[in-house]
Design a protein around this ligand. Structure first.
Ligand SMILES: Cc1cc2nc3c(=O)[nH]c(=O)nc-3n(C[C@H](O)[C@H](O)[C@H](O)COP(=O)(O)OP(=O)(O)OC[C@H]3O[C@@H](n4cnc5c(N)ncnc54)[C@H](O)[C@@H]3O)c2cc1C
Length: 481
């Protein structure tokens, strides 16, 4: 519906409901670790989350990708690993399993993510406030600092003040409202389409994997993208991407409306459970409520046909039942801030080192193309660094952004967006905020070596020029800027 009219909203006094040292907005993978890291140094930390649980996209049935690099080594440790360890202690996370397509897969149980995330936050003393949407900002007169945010909730409108704000909304909601320049999508503004994940039970996942593993070499029926068939013979937990000919056959024979050329099946942690990543609503803008609503409506309509395909064509799904959808439409891409450095495709594909690296990533450029049903995947062969400057917006000096909305191009965003990487950025943002507050300086004034040593001291992984693991003592390697 086109916007046809405006009204004038009169100015009004609103209460200040809280005042923190560090305010984290959004409790997804990046927000969780941001808040935990900031709270470790004894600061007053608040976390505002619009939903009733933490975890963000880690609660929609996705595996966590990004812990392992393209050479098989673990490249994300520190707080993200501590979080996985806590999940593992209640059998709610798998090992980091190597995968030829995704590098590393870590299965997590969505409900446990909510429970463990909240447990860790409350133990750390983070003041978690749910059901609270950040709808505006309070700026200083000179416009270079953010004093706080405006929230809307059942309690009405209020202000929450902070010395440093970390925007982990995924959509750069805070940065955008604070006047930070943001970009969306590719050169035509096209954004990766969203997906409503859903779950089936009573899937014989062993039958599925063995059908792929044992298919005759010349047959294309069970061909998977980039993952050799024998991988499925050896792994009980896996992601299937492909079965293109099977899908094309089903679409043709049954006139199914499936807007995806690939079958994407993720085994759950529970026996017989499979999560399906196949709905797709092109043209959705995750920052527009109407567009999001349309996305939910269209994606939900697609589910029946996808289930019909799976049950009638894919081995192991013969007795499967649809059980549930994820709690919300999964948004792959919206705004990206324009920060002090814009990470680009060459940085990823060139395995670039940065002097101000605060995390190491390795996930390929993985773009569900906005304009068609396909996907672009490009690997760099090793790892690339995430520079601290990409977390720092231009203009607003006490704001840090972590997660998928950091400063990148559309292509680089397709690589850095996975959840282990977002958690590592979150940890860096939280530690940077704490250093800035302790020294009474702005986040961009934080000594990068002090931040990197702090990260390393707390168990994070950073690499030297030869790919060697750095320690607090070897941190200051000379890296071309
Ligand atoms: C369908 C799909 C499949 C994917 N597959 C994988 C995969 O297999 N593995 C993988 O690792 N990654 C995958 N990704 C990417 C990954 O899930 C995201 O890029 C990642 O979760 C981003 O983390 P984040 O913390 O930046 O944001 P999010 O996970 O989106 O978390 C943001 C949080 O902020 C809250 N929030 C937002 N706006 C506001 C506001 N204004 N006020 C208050 N709270 C707010 C939200 O409720 C949410 O909890 C996939 C993404 C999608 C959509």
């Amino acid at each position: 519906m086109a916007q046809t009219a405006t009204i004038h909203e009169p100015a009004r006094e609103i209460p200040v409901s809280a005042d923190y040292d560090v305010l984290v907005v959004g409790g997804g993978p990046a927000g969780l670790t941001s808040a935990l890291a900031a709270a470790e140094s004894g600061l007053r930390v608040g976390l505002l989350e619009s939903r009733s649980f933490v975890g963000g996209n880690m609660t929609i049935g996705l595996p966590v990708l990004g812990f392992l690099g393209q050479k098989g080594n673990q490249i994300i440790e520190g707080l993200p690993q501590k979080f996985i360890d806590r999940l593992k202690a209640r059998e709610a996370a798998s090992e980091h399993r190597a995968c030829p397509l995704h590098m590393g897969i870590t299965l997590v149980e969505p409900e446990a993510v909510k429970t463990v995330g909240l447990e860790m936050l409350t133990e750390a003393g983070v003041d978690v406030v749910f059901y609270t949407f950040v709808a505006g900002v309070v700026m200083d007169e000179d416009d270079h600092t953010i004093r706080g945010v405006i929230t809307e909730s059942k309690s009405g409108r209020s202000a929450v003040m902070a010395r440093v704000v970390i925007d982990c909304t995924g959509d750069a909601d805070v940065a955008h409202r604070a006047g930070v320049v943001t970009e969306k999508g590719n050169e035509h503004g096209g954004m990766q389409p969203p997906t409503l994940m859903f779950c089936l039970s009573d899937v014989d996942t062993d039958k599925l994997r063995m059908a792929i593993a044992n298919a005759p070499k010349e047959a294309r029926t069970y061909l998977t993208d980039f993952i050799p068939a024998d991988y499925f013979g050896q792994n009980h937990q896996f992601i299937v991407v492909g079965l293109r000919e099977l899908m094309a056959k089903a679409r043709q024979e049954r006139d199914l409306d499936i807007p995806n050329e690939r079958t994407i099946i993720i085994t759950g942690l529970k026996k017989g459970e499979a999560w399906i990543n196949m709905t797709r609503v092109a043209g959705t803008d995750g920052t527009d409520a109407r567009s999001l609503s349309n996305g939910e409506i269209v994606a939900r309509r697609q589910i029946d046909d996808i289930v019909e395909y799976l049950v009638n064509y894919v081995p192991g799904f013969e007795k499967a039942h649809f059980t549930k959808t994820a709690p919300f439409l999964g948004i792959r891409e919206t705004r990206r801030i324009v920060g002090r450095y814009v990470m680009n495709e060459q940085d990823v594909l060139g395995c670039r080192h940065f002097e101000d690296a605060i995390a190491v990533a390795s996930y390929p450029i993985d773009i569900h193309r906005p304009g068609d049903e396909g996907c672009t995947l490009i690997w760099c062969g090793d790892c690339y660094d995430i520079p601290y400057r990409s977390l720092l917006p231009q203009r607003v000096e006490n704001l840090i952004v972590a997660g998928r909305a950091i400063s990148t191009t559309h292509e680089a965003m397709g690589a850095i967006r996975v959840m282990a990487t977002c958690m590592a950025m979150g940890e860096a943002a939280g530690r940077a905020a704490a250093l800035a507050i302790r020294q009474d300086i702005r986040p961009h004034e934080v000594d990068i070596h002090a931040l990197r040593r702090d990260l390393l001291t707390h168990g994070a992984y950073l690499r030297g020029l030869m790919g060697e693991r750095l320690t607090p003592e070897t941190e200051a390697v000379a890296i071309p800027g």
